[in-house]
Ligand binder design. Structure first.
Ligand SMILES: [Zn+2]
Length: 96
């Protein structure tokens, strides 16, 4: 099998993205790019501004997440996050 046979466009990832981003995001674990510490998004330090928010690492003060609201979009910068970890979704059909 050639690698080109495995390649699809971004529409193919719609299902898994819906699973990942349906969680309560404050419970998602984020690993800081700056110091490697891992903690819940809820534990980051928020600096709010009318245009949006900056979430900083409580250990090293690096900006992990920046969210800016425009008239048409939310711009989300997670360049300060090395890894986001969410639990797997619970199946609504089985409850497991
Ligand atoms: Zn840090």
């Amino acid at each position: 099998m050639q690698i080109e046979e495995l390649r699809l466009d971004g529409n193919a990832v719609g299902g898994i993205l819906r699973e990942v981003f349906t969680h309560e995001m404050t419970n998602v674990l984020a690993t800081c790019v700056g110091c490697g510490s891992k903690g819940r998004i809820a534990e980051l330090l928020q600096y709010a501004h009318p245009m949006g928010v900056v979430l900083r690492c409580p250990t090293c003060d690096r900006a992990e997440v920046r969210i800016v609201r425009t008239s048409t979009f939310y711009c989300v910068d997670i360049a300060g996050v090395q890894l986001l970890m969410t639990p797997e979704s619970v199946s609504p059909a089985t409850g497991e």
